[in-house]
Design a protein around this ligand. Sequence first.
Ligand code: ATP
Ligand code: HMH
Length: 267
Amino acid sequence: MKTALTIAGSDCSGGAGIQADLKTFSAHGVFGMSVITAITAQNTQGVSAVENLSAEMVSKQIEAIFTDIEVDAVKIGMVSETKIIKTIAENLKKYQAQNVVVDPVMISKSGFDLLQPEAKEALISHLLPLAEVVTPNIPEAEVIVGMKIDTVEDMEKAALLIHKMGPKKVLVKGGHLTEDAIDVLYDGKKITHYTSERINTKNTHGTGCTLSSAITANLAKGANVEEGVREAKEYITTAIRHSLALGKGYGPTNHFYSLYQKAGMLD
Ligand SMILES: Nc1ncnc2c1ncn2[C@@H]1O[C@H](COP(=O)(O)OP(=O)(O)OP(=O)(O)O)[C@@H](O)[C@H]1O
Ligand SMILES: Cc1ncc(CO)c(N)n1
């Protein structure tokens, strides 16, 4: 069985972070493993607290996995502090991690800082160069390149600029624009658009985590980035279309709809 590792924060409400990543890996038939960087207290209405683990504990978790188990792909999600970012980069180089997907998580939908502002430079200089593909949303791409993004053309410009910072490929996600949900991939040579209709729902908690872990699962199974993103986009669109009205705020996406449907378990 292929394996995938997520290095990210825990979302106790299960919609984003480690929990979304492991559900996505399972739904793709990939064996999921996790290195937890931080515990967050959050729900569908927002984040109320973040507690980082020590850099030593993050390092020990990575060591425990890589010294024992073959890792086919790695996703990096929320990493809040500079010293944890540096530890992850050192370890992934040491163990020659393959198929690294970096989701540069910065701010939650409710406006809470999931990346300490002083750690932005470390994320850019230490994690982006390790990435097979980096998956910023529009506000994250704006911070990384220091320009305003209002259109798909702006997303393309940002993708080209981020590519110069070291990742092999860049996927700028268009969830924050208003018409169709268009994601822009730049592979160093050409631009590809992945387009879906915009689904009218407020239940989009964890969409970014889910998309990046679906790409990771697909790379673990041997897909190239273009194929991996294409399937991941279909997966997230179905998961949003059948998202769950749990909680009082922005509910989570539905990871198992397609599987349950195939298994004849839905009405
Ligand atoms: N309402 C929607 N309808 C269809 N697709 C959407 C919608 N909102 C987001 N998407 C898609 O979901 C994926 C995730 O993009 P988004 O820009 O929302 O990520 P994000 O902001 O990092 O998410 P989060 O921070 O909640 O994890 C992209 O493929 C995007 O196009
Ligand atoms: C732990 C965690 N990672 C990422 C996000 C972004 O969706 C979140 N809300 N929580």
